[in-house]
Design a protein around this ligand. Sequence first.
Ligand code: NCD
Length: 323
Amino acid sequence: MMQDFSQLDANGRLRHLITLEGLDPALIRELIERARGYLCRPGELPPRGDDLRGWTVANLFAEPSTRTRASFELAALRLGADAVNLDVMLSSRVKGESIIDTIYTLQAMQVDVFVIRDAQPGIIEFVARHVAGHVSVISGGEAHISHPTQGLLDALTIQLHTGGFRDLVVTIVGDIRHSRVARSAHRALAALGVGELRLVAPEDMMPEPDEFAGARRFRSFDEGIELADVVMMLRIQRERIAGAAPTDVDHYHALYGLTAARLARARAQAIVMHPGPMNRGVEISSEVADGPQSVIREQVSNGVAMRMAILAQIAESRRRRAP
Ligand code: NCD
C-alpha cells in the first residue's frame, strides 16, 4: 500500500511544495509576507540571504520555461545555493533512464532541492515520495493540473496592488480548461477569500463543471470584465489541445482578446496580469500589455521574491528536522 504523503513537515511547515490544495491560508499569507521582504525596485541591487548556503538546487524541466526556471535559479543563487539546470529533454531520460534514476543520480551529487516541471500528472509527488529524508521537491508546473508557485506570486501581485482580497472581482480569461496557472490561481484566491472569481472562455476552453468551485462563468468577455478589479489573461495552451486549437486567431482575438476598449469596461484602476509567455495580438493587444494598467513584468519580479520565500521556508523546515 502507498504510504500517506504530506508536503508538510510535522510542524505544518513546507517540506515540499507540490500543490496549493489544502494549504492553510495562514501559511499562504505568511509566504506572501515573507516574499514582500525580498522585493526590490527596478535598478536596485536585489536582496540576498544565506538561508541556503552550501545547498544545491537542481531545476529539472521537461517542458519549455523562461520565467519559472530562471527565477528559481536566481532565487537559489541569491539565497547562497549552487544551482544546476538540467534540460530533461536533452538528458539521459531520452535514453531510457527513469526519472527516479535521474533523481538518484543528482542526489548522489548532493542536490538538496529539486524543482520539477513535467507534463505527466502525478510525477512530481511520485518523486517527492522517493527522495532522501533531507531532500525537498518543488513543483515548477504539473501538466494542466497545478503551478503552485505561480498561484502564490499572482496572489502576491494582487495583494500589492489592491491591499486585500475580500472585495475583489478577479476575472480569468482564455484557455482555462488546459491551464495549470488558472487552477492554482483559483486555489490561492479561494484560500485568501476573494470576493468574486469569474471565468471567461469559449465553450471548449471552459473547465468541467465540477472544477473551480464558487466561480461564475461567462461566455461573453464584455460581461465578464464588467467592473473587474483584476483581469488575468491566459495563452491558448496549444501543446495540450491535440488538433482542436483555434486556427482563426483574429476571430479569437475579436471575442477573447484584451484590447483597450474592452479594458475600459473594468474598474478604472483595474490591473492586467498574464503569466507569460504572451501571444500578442491573440489573447492580448500590445497596447494593453505595455500599457499603464499592465503588471505583467511586475509578476516576473515578484516571482523571484516568492520563490526565495518558498526556498527559505523549506530551509527552515530542514534545519528544524535535522538531528
Ligand atoms: C505558464 C506555464 O508554464 O504554465 N508559464 C509560466 O510558468 N509563467 C503559462 C503558459 O505556458 O501559458
